[in-house]
Design a protein around this ligand. Structure first.
Ligand code: MNH
Length: 460
């Protein structure tokens, strides 16, 4: 026997749109979860959407035999630009498997280790910038981490330099990408009949796409004309063959995935670094332990890739940061069976019906994390405790085959940058009384969070 999924009463025509704050949707959804419990549904733009927020239900929908990724809403809009690229492909699209099999080795541990020096190159630019600007400089935390993660991705993926640290203005590719992401989100929150009022926005959206694809094509043409002997992602895509079918990727698919990596690979990592530094400067004890660990393991030596395995406390800080602030705060699945599925033993969900997993709320489940779930306590993420977490309790990188292919890349980058920054600087919040606010796009970041950095003794 099934029972209806709780749902806040909506309005004619607009459904539950008034229940979801357009600026920070994830916060509204978390509040609804507090009122309605582990599962509720909303009608948004004529479509019913289900939201889950407990570890138990998460464990259930992470069963890939019963549920699979569903691309809809804002992610669906991005398909106008990146089609069936890895991130935006529907579960049954052939190009997903093809690109996945070709790219898995390129994202494997060996290859990622090989990218360490390029990652360090960009991180050194950040250190130099903050060192030269000096202790009085108010660091635009998220902007500078975004420069870092974008430049790192472009260098490691296709040996291209955005040189974001050398100009105030962002590279035109970056402005196009930011605009594309924003307008894609806007388009998904707009009823179809409103389209005529947004012609200028739509024209901008499609010209952003055109610009990004043209630049990507130029990068590909240049690589084909002047081959480079590297193991970057572009070479993997140009010359890799699918072990199963022997096929290679078309140029269109390569462009889809180059843009996908730039999109999927920079905001989430930049947000994670920003939140991590927020929690460190707000928690002096955790900060001291993290810095002591770097001093003990690395000292003033130039950081080496193998040192990253020897930083259990910083590892726990990063896990705890992504528990409290999963920078990709939700993902969607749907029942695979045409008959639908019953979840939680009593809620029926149709095939094709989106179920959004609210990571930000699942990660606070009191049955897993207790009554202090909202506090930053890295100790609970040290290896031994971390390995004992029940399935579904910590999922910042998504699930299974459709989980994050960039996980080893992101982890290595964030760990290295954090260790290096703690090595060189003492950090403090610009404003001691700053309280965390969230800025929400496709991902989440701390809003208006500024720091100061003082070079530590020995470096001056
Ligand atoms: Mn990443 C998928 C989170 C860094 C490239 N990523 C996902 C998903 C989550 C996620 C969650 C699953 C989304 C869904 O089910 O709809 N990713 C992160 C986080 C970080 C991150 C929290 C950093 C912190 N991701 C990166 C980096 C790259 C990358 C870096 C690229 C270098 N991610 C991807 C790609 C996918 C993905 C590509 C889609 C994988 C697939 O479906 O095959």
């Amino acid at each position: 026997d099934t029972v209806p999924i709780p749902n806040p009463k909506g309005w004619p025509l607009v459904g539950n749109i008034t229940d979801v704050d357009a600026e920070v949707p994830i916060a509204s959804l978390q509040n609804l979860a507090k009122t309605y419990g582990e599962v509720f549904s909303l009608t948004l733009f004529g479509k019913k959407r289900i939201f889950i927020s407990s570890q138990k239900l998460m464990e259930e929908i992470c069963n890939e035999k019963r549920f699979g990724k569903l691309v809809s809403a804002a992610l669906g809009e991005l398909r106008n630009g990146i089609h069936d690229g890895l991130f935006t492909a529907q579960n049954d699209e052939e190009n997903w498997g093809l690109a996945h099999r070709i790219l898995v080795p390129a994202f494997g541990p060996l290859n990622i280790t090989g990218m360490f020096d390029d990652m360090k190159d960009i991180a050194s630019q950040l250190v130099l910038k903050w060192a030269r600007y000096g202790a009085d400089y108010v660091i635009p935390t998220t902007d500078d981490f975004t420069r870092l993660t974008l430049d790192t991705l472009a260098l490691c993926a296709m040996n291209y330099r955005f040189n974001s640290f050398y100009s105030e203005e962002m590279h035109p590719f970056i402005s196009s990408m930011v605009s594309f992401l924003k307008l894609g989100g806007d388009r998904s929150r707009r009823a179809a009949f409103m389209a005529p009022f947004y012609r200028a926005d739509d024209a901008q959206f499609f010209s952003d796409i055109e610009y990004m694809r043209t630049l990507s094509q130029e990068i590909i043409d240049k690589r084909i004309e002047h081959p480079e002997d590297t193991k970057d992602l572009l070479n993997a895509m140009l010359y890799g063959k699918d072990p199963r079918t022997g096929k290679s990727l078309s140029q269109g698919t390569i462009i889809d995935n180059l843009i996908t990596f730039l999109i999927a690979g920079h905001e989430t990592s930049s947000g994670a670094l920003s939140f991590l530094f927020y929690y460190l400067v707000k928690n002096p004890e955790a900060y001291r332990k993290a810095q002591a660990e770097v001093d003990k393991v690395i000292g003033t030596e130039s950081i080496q890739v193998h040192a990253l395995q020897k930083l259990p406390y910083i590892t726990a800080c990063l896990r705890e940061t992504l528990r409290l602030q999963p920078t990709a705060p939700a993902f969607s699945t749907t029942p695979l069976s045409p008959q639908g599925e019953v979840i939680g033993g009593k809620y029926f969900v149709e095939h094709g019906q989106p179920i959004a997993a609210l990571l930000s709320q699942i990660h606070l489940d009191p049955t897993v994390y207790g009554s202090d779930a909202e506090e930053f306590k890295p100790e609970r993420m040290l290896d031994e405790a971390f390995k004992r977490l029940p399935p579904g309790a910590w999922k910042p990188f998504g699930n299974g085959a459709r989980g994050c292919i960039g996980f080893p890349f992101a982890w290595q980058e964030i760990m290295m940058v954090t260790a290096m920054l703690l090595q060189y600087f003492d950090f403090a919040p610009q404003d001691q009384s700053y309280n965390l606010q969230i800025k929400s796009t496709l991902t989440i970041k701390p809003k208006d969070f500024f720091m100061r950095a003082t070079l530590r003794e020995g470096w001056t």
